[in-house]
Design a protein around this ligand. Structure first.
Ligand SMILES: [Cu+2]
Length: 237
């Protein structure tokens, strides 16, 4: 009798626990990984073997930038907004992944984010005074705030001489939006998504940018920055 009772009780417990919903987190998270390449070849630093649309031979010594304002669009029309900003430096492993959390579980179809910092964050000394932010500072006499991107390296000029280039963008008008149509679902805390950046796309589509004839420093030229910004809309995929 005692044995049967124990059996009944334990099977009741089993039924009770089976009828419970599986434990799901209220909110999920995505780990974004940034992958840099040049027309499909993994980015390698400091070697003049890249070639862009204009035919410039170039190397990369630095690629650092800010991404901000991530928005995720669910298949049923909901929008999830993240207000954080992320600093990425292609040479520094730890900065190439970051987490967007507080995402309701579900199916998603698109991602949007800003390349650069929104105007309220793009103010001198707004960001924490750590070296990565301080090094991205945009001088006050030129408008203040931060560089949105520092893309630097060397190239061969018309006489095959090695020269430096610095494609820098900054100031509020350089902010642009990237839209990626990607289908993914968020269920748990460890979803991961890769954002690929093709560095050669900064030099083309829609404008062919030539380091020799257009210029090797963009920072003091609003018109060169505008060209780079327009090309930038297609760098991520
Ligand atoms: Cu600069």
């Amino acid at each position: 009798m005692k044995k049967i009772y124990a059996l009944v009780v334990s099977s009741l417990i089993l039924v009770a626990s089976c009828s419970k919903h599986p434990i799901m987190p209220d909110k999920g998270a995505i780990i974004f990984n940034i992958n840099h390449h040049i027309d499909g070849t993994p980015l390698e630093f400091d070697t003049i073997k890249c070639s862009n649309e204009a035919g410039n031979k170039y190397s990369v010594s630095r690629m650092s930038f800010y991404l901000s304002g991530f928005r995720l669009y669910s298949t049923n029309g909901k929008e999830v907004v993240d207000t954080n900003f992320f600093y990425i430096d292609a040479r520094t492993e730890g900065t190439k992944s970051f987490v967007v959390d507080e995402i309701p579980p579900g199916d998603y179809q698109a991602i949007r984010f800003y390349f650069g910092l929104p105007p309220h964050q793009n103010k001198t000394n707004y960001l924490p005074m750590i070296s990565e932010n301080v090094n991205m500072g945009w001088p006050d006499p030129m408008g203040g705030g931060y560089h949105f991107m520092k893309f630097e390296g060397h190239y061969l000029d018309e006489n095959e001489q090695v020269k430096g280039f610095a494609i820098h963008t900054g100031k509020n008008q350089a902010l642009f939006e990237v839209t990626l149509n990607k289908e993914f679902s968020v269920k748990f805390k460890n979803e991961s998504l890769t954002l690929n950046m093709n560095l050669n796309e900064w030099f083309t589509n829609p404008h062919v940018y030539d380091l020799i004839s257009d210029g090797n420093y963009t920072m003091s030229s609003d018109s060169l920055i505008a060209i780079i910004v327009q090309n930038g809309e297609s760098v991520f995929h």
